[in-house]
Design a protein around this ligand. Structure first.
Ligand SMILES: C[S@@+](CC[C@H](N)C(=O)[O-])C[C@H]1O[C@@H](n2cnc3c(N)ncnc32)[C@H](O)[C@@H]1O
Length: 214
């Protein structure tokens, strides 16, 4: 029998090879990600968020977990000129690299990096958002959802990355798995049953929770 994780990698490579070549600014951040061994969204997840942003034409986007700015650049390249993206990053050195990347791609005047702990910063952001992307501490995803959902407009889009955790959330004996697997397993149930969300989980990249607010 084929290992489901290997099967998924094969499919992911197949799909990613069909996607268009990345613009230089995204290629460069991907390269930095490899160099500094940083976790960034897969190319197919980035491309999916790019398409959703094109459809939604948001005025304001919130991202939790900026890193080198790879996913924020995907969003930034798709968002209308009037749109602002707030992104949060705890590590000042990484945030500085992201700021450099936003300058190079001409997005720095429309992407604001908030430096600090997401759970401290989120309550201070007093904006209405059209789109929210969660991608920081996996054990805090339920908290992020509860704090950010009141800030998301009705019909707005919510996304969260890594929710399949390389397929581990679907393993039997979940109580024997590692902490993040258990947290994401709980988050997925919470997200899918949330009374304010119409949502699903897409097998894009490492699993992308995708929903709209009722
Ligand atoms: C998975 S990476 C984000 C990747 C990014 N969204 C992308 O695809 O380009 C998660 C980031 O969250 C940051 N982080 C970790 N704990 C955090 C916290 N408590 N608050 C805010 N950011 C945090 C990490 O430093 C890391 O850069």
């Amino acid at each position: 029998m084929i290992d489901p994780i290997i099967l998924k990698e094969g499919i992911l490579n197949y799909v990613e090879n069909l996607l268009p070549k990345l613009p230089d600014c995204l290629e460069n951040i991907q390269e930095q990600g490899r160099k500094y061994n940083q976790p960034i969204v897969s190319k197919d997840a980035g491309y999916f968020m790019y398409i959703i942003t094109k459809i939604l034409k948001p005025k304001r986007i919130l991202e939790v977990g900026c890193n080198l700015g790879y996913s924020a650049t995907w969003l930034g390249l798709a968002m209308p000129q009037y749109c602002i993206l707030d992104t949060i990053e705890i590590d000042i050195n990484i945030a500085n690299k992201a700021e450099e990347n936003f300058k190079k791609s001409g997005l720095s005047d429309r992407i604001y990096i908030h430096i600090g702990k997401a759970l401290d910063i989120l309550p201070t952001l007093d904006n209405e958002y059209d789109m929210i992307f969660l991608d920081a501490v996996k054990s805090e995803y339920i908290d992020y959802l509860e704090i950010t959902l009141p800030k998301l407009r009705k019909g707005g889009v919510i996304l969260a990355d890594n929710v399949l955790w390389s397929g581990r959330v679907a393993l039997p004996d979940i109580h024997l798995q590692d902490k993040n697997t258990k947290f994401l397993h709980e988050f997925n149930k919470y997200f899918m049953n949330h009374e304010q969300i119409i949502g699903t989980i897409l097998t894009i990249g490492d699993g992308l929770a995708f929903g709209i607010k009722k």
